[in-house]
Design a protein around this ligand. Structure first.
Ligand code: X2X
Length: 334
């Protein structure tokens, strides 16, 4: 049935008929993500559910499952599960999808981006579309791109001011590319689920980790188990809200429009609160007792230089066409 033809596409019209519509065909979609229920990932997912229920008059609602519960705690498995229709919806970050789609590593190449304008020129533009097309081949329809953010390094051993300071540190990392980046810096990387990381930090199984301030470090209270943070901005990580293609194909064009527009609004909100949390975050972390170091441009250049072998290795894996499209969009945004 065509939602728009029966009820009109405006919000007011949808709300006016909410009750009768929901009585006919309410459907609950399951959304999986791999952070806790305090993060901006979760807030973005909940916003999507609220807006979607409103706009479909309750015909569609969303149940959000945090902490990768639906994939047995395995954050990398979510994308593959959505692809084969075992999950309806996912919010996850690019690095988690690299085992399925290595090209997704393009976003997180070390020191690819210098600012948010450059980020937005790719995630909200044609370069992001290139990745959406590849994900579609895996059965995942990307509805909108959101933000995990620039990943900053924390640890309990010493302040990090130079690549040398990373030597010998046992670092928890999320995905394969970061193993190579940490190796390039002389650290000892260990891939670990996010869900196991807080206790590993607490128990000293690892010395440190890296994550974005606004989306993860603050809402998940990483400052309670880590002493030092360096805002080295070494790698950007986007998130996306995706739906399984099987589910997507079950809706008519009007419902697909509502899904896409709602996802875009929810992820715009998610990016906004993430950036706000990041902007005020360094001061907050200092108040919580963390020692925060903000490197000079020269020091950042040293980190960029030291991580270049990992950049080159992964750029080759991603391929010239995609890396070039990103670099062109970034140059144009400067
Ligand atoms: O596991 C992480 O570090 C997290 C939460 O940032 C990702 O999903 C990549």
């Amino acid at each position: 049935m065509s939602f728009a033809r029966l009820y009109g596409t405006t919000l007011a019209a949808a709300l006016a008929t909410a009750f009768s519509f929901s009585a006919v065909s309410a459907e609950t979609l399951r959304l999986s993500h791999n952070t806790g229920d305090t993060t901006t990932w979760h807030q973005g997912a909940e916003k999507f559910g609220e807006l979607l229920a409103e706009r479909t008059g309750g015909a569609l609602d969303v149940r959000v499952f945090p902490n990768a519960q639906l994939s047995g705690g395995d954050q990398m498995r979510q994308a593959e599960m959505v692809g084969r229709g075992a999950l309806d919806l996912v919010v996850t970050s690019a690095i988690n999808v690299t085992p399925l789609v290595p090209e997704m590593a393009v976003f997180s190449l070390p020191y690819l981006y210098s600012n948010y304008e450059q980020v937005d020129a790719t995630t909200q533009g044609a370069p992001g579309e290139m990745l959406s097309e590849i994900l579609l081949e895996k059965g995942i329809v990307v509805l909108a791109w959101g933000e995990n953010g620039f990943r900053e390094v924390t640890n309990n051993t010493r302040p990090i001011r130079s690549p040398e300071d990373m030597r010998g540190l046992n670092m928890r990392v999320a995905g394969p590319m970061y193993i190579d980046v940490m190796n390039a810096l002389g650290a000892n990387p260990q891939q670990m689920q996010w869900g196991e990381t807080m206790s590993a930090l607490q128990q000293g199984v690892v010395d440190g980790q890296e994550n974005p301030i606004g989306a993860v470090i603050i809402p998940q209270q990483v400052y309670e188990v880590q002493k030092y943070l360096t805002a080295w901005h070494y790698s950007y990580d986007p998130i996306f809200l995706g739906i399984s293609q099987a589910k997507w194909d079950s809706y008519d064009a009007d419902m697909q429009t509502i899904l896409r527009e709602t996802a875009q609004e929810a992820m715009a909100y998610q990016r906004e609160i993430t950036r706000e949390g990041t902007a005020t975050g360094i001061e907050f972390l200092r108040e919580q007792g963390m020692e925060v170091y903000e490197p000079t441009d020269e020091e950042l250049a040293a980190f960029r230089e030291a991580t270049k072998p990992a950049f080159d290795q992964w750029a080759a894996r991603v391929g010239d066409e995609i890396v070039g499209a990103f670099q062109d969009a970034i140059a144009a945004a400067n």
